[in-house]
Design a protein. Structure first.
Length: 252
């Protein structure tokens, strides 16, 4: 009887020992699996973060990077290559002669678009018409063929070089906005509503009892997804530091 009780007790101890080992093994295995999964998830998350950073860095990597479909402006200077391109594109144009005075931007497409600020003059010299400002877009394809794809004219007269008239507008030497013009433009446009204007070039100035500034601007409606337009604003700055927009000429 005692022997039988001893055997049963021994069997119980062994069963408890096996149960403990199984629990320990399961616990160790589970912990290891959980740790491995967590490490993998962390590694994956880190990989995604690195990829995101690389993509962001590539997308925003420097102002000189050309973005397909977007307009880019590096310099407004007209080069000999621009003049040749313009001459080629204008060969079949009749009724007016356009002379580029500034490069407003380029756009990479299947080829390249060029946007120029120009003087527009009548092709018949006898008309003796005063030149006006215009914007001309030229497309150059991958075979270097060039054509005019868009023209926006204005009725704003351009100062004629070599003809100094007292009280007339004086053309800006480099078209860059100076400090006085920028200050007057900012003051004059801060109360305008409905359309937002961005100063692009100072076309000229006129000394009066104060000063008038003629400024080429990009224009866009304040609401909605309207396309960017162009306008020439006349801003008057008085001698007391006030400024107002006295004329808005849309280019169409």
């Amino acid at each position: 009887m005692r022997k039988r009780l001893f055997v049963l007790a021994l069997a119980g101890v062994m069963a408890a020992a096996f149960a403990g080992c199984g629990s320990s093994t399961e616990s160790t295995t589970g912990s290891s699996t959980t740790g491995t999964t967590a490490a993998a998830q962390a590694s994956t998350a880190a990989g995604k973060e690195n990829v995101t950073e690389n993509v962001t860095e590539k997308a925003t990597g420097g102002e000189e990077e050309m973005i397909v479909g977007g307009w880019s402006v590096s310099s407004m200077e007209i080069t000999d290559a621009h003049k040749e391109l313009f001459k080629k594109a204008q060969e079949t144009l009749t009724g007016a002669v356009y002379t580029p005075i500034a490069l407003l931007g380029t756009q990479v497409v299947a080829g390249k678009n060029y946007r120029f600020l120009c003087y527009k003059e009548a092709s018949v010299s006898e008309l003796n018409a005063e030149p006006v400002y215009a914007i001309v877009v030229i497309y150059e394809d991958l075979k270097n063929n060039a054509s005019i794809t868009e023209i926006k004219d204005s009725e704003v007269p351009a100062p004629v070089s070599g003809k100094d008239v007292v009280g007339a507008y004086e053309a800006s030497s480099d078209l860059a906005m100076n400090d006085d013009a920028t200050k007057a433009f900012t003051l004059a446009t801060e109360t305008l509503t409905g359309v937002e204007y961005k100063a692009v070039a100072l076309l000229g100035s006129q000394v009066v009892a104060g000063k008038n500034y003629r400024i080429l601007c990009e224009s866009k409606a304040s609401t909605g997804n309207s396309e960017t337009g162009w306008a020439i604003l006349t801003v008057y700055a008085d001698l007391e530091g006030h400024a107002e927009v006295t004329d808005i000429a849309e280019m169409k």
